[in-house]
Design a protein around this ligand. Sequence first.
Ligand code: 5AD
Ligand code: SF4
Length: 469
Amino acid sequence: MELNTIERDDIGAAAEDLVVLPAATRKVFVKTYGCQMNVYDSQRMTDALAIDGYAATDAIGEADLVLLNTCHIREKAAEKVYSELGRIRELKAERAKAGREMLVGVAGCVAQAEGAEIIRRSPVVDLVIGPQTYHRLPGVLAKARSGEKIVETDYAVEDKFEHLPQPKRAELIRRGVTAFLTVQEGCDKFCTFCVVPYTRGSEVSRPVAQIVAEAERLADAGVREVTLLGQNVNAWHGRGEDSEEWGLGRLLFRLAEIPGLARLRYTTSHPRDMDDELIAAHRDLPALMPYLHLPVQSGSDRILKAMNRRHMAKDYLTLIDRVRAARNDIALSGDFIVGFPGETEADFEATMQLVEDVNYASAFSFKYSPRPGTPGAEMNDQVPEAVKDERLQRLQALLLKQQQHFGASLVGRTIDTLVEKPGRQAGQKVGRSPWLQPVIVDEKAGEIGDIIQVRITKAGYNSLFAELA
Ligand code: 5AD
Ligand code: SF4
């Protein structure tokens, strides 16, 4: 076993006191912020690091490498990273006193957006790595260990997915019976509030063969439910096995053929990319769960135009009617922004009206947060914080009422549930409803991975309680 002496001394301890551990015993702590794509990316980074001799740990104090996988979508999300780095600075100093190294890396969308600025603001950071270059992580770490500060935020010319190692089957089994699978990244839509086109780049679809192979590996490891991910997932397209151009609908049909995969989902969609084939999949594909997250952001045509959403409120409502005609038990979810620049009380009322018209099963709503480099941040008529607060409260009260109403409407019904994991309380297991709600059942109701029929006895805020039917 070879022990290398670290050559760097940026945290006070004498350089020769610091010892780099032999590869196989290094530990990495990954903290994930933001969306499901970051959850998926964190797993893939962990897989890449496993090859490099890093075992994952939940205890930050024992980590030789701390990776923050960050989110830049709203200011609050981005600022969290810096407060976390403040805490990490102390931990790193403590470890240095004990003669142990702790490399600190910032990955994800803040890394992409702010690059070297992160190291200027937080010198505790050793490496900054953007989402398009995770496959280069082992090489980047080798350099960082030799004392260089690294910023790796280029858009890689090579396909990162081709170069990222696959996790071991045992690791996939450990991760459980539901899984994410990124099929598309980036966005070409340029909504005026959104940083995604800048942090994740332009739209890229993964090839069919890669996606099918990954889904087969997941199914082989016991995964029953796969959620396809993309910033604009329904813009996914690719050349199919029949040499035809496929859209997401066609891909879903193909994935449903994989033995063991019982349930499919996809997120997040743009209303403009809901094509006929995808809507037909909701009608004809039982494996496609009756749940659709379709953000609209606002119900005001004036604001939709300013946001560059490129559709009107009535287009969205017509689309919802078509989706419901295809699958009448579909539950709808959405994203909303209140207080976009220029939003008047009448504009906000139009959003409330749209919510009334659609009747959502769940939804996410946010106060507009001006993001550096986006057109929205430069617009006049920024809405005062107090007005945003008040509108958000009103909107969330309405959405919560709809969500509770949806849960209550399921009481007494018999539904399919995928048994997912042990419950928090002894004697319970937690399943997942077709509409993405946690379902609490008796632990004897089924084994993890089973899809069981349960009768809903009670609805909580978000979760459901059920007994075996
Ligand atoms: N401010 C507030 N919310 C935002 N979102 C995206 N950008 C912003 C912003 N600048 C919301 C949108 C999007 C969700 C992922 O985050 O509703 O659909
Ligand atoms: Fe952002 Fe709009 Fe692209 Fe969604 S569609 S990622 S909101 S720019």
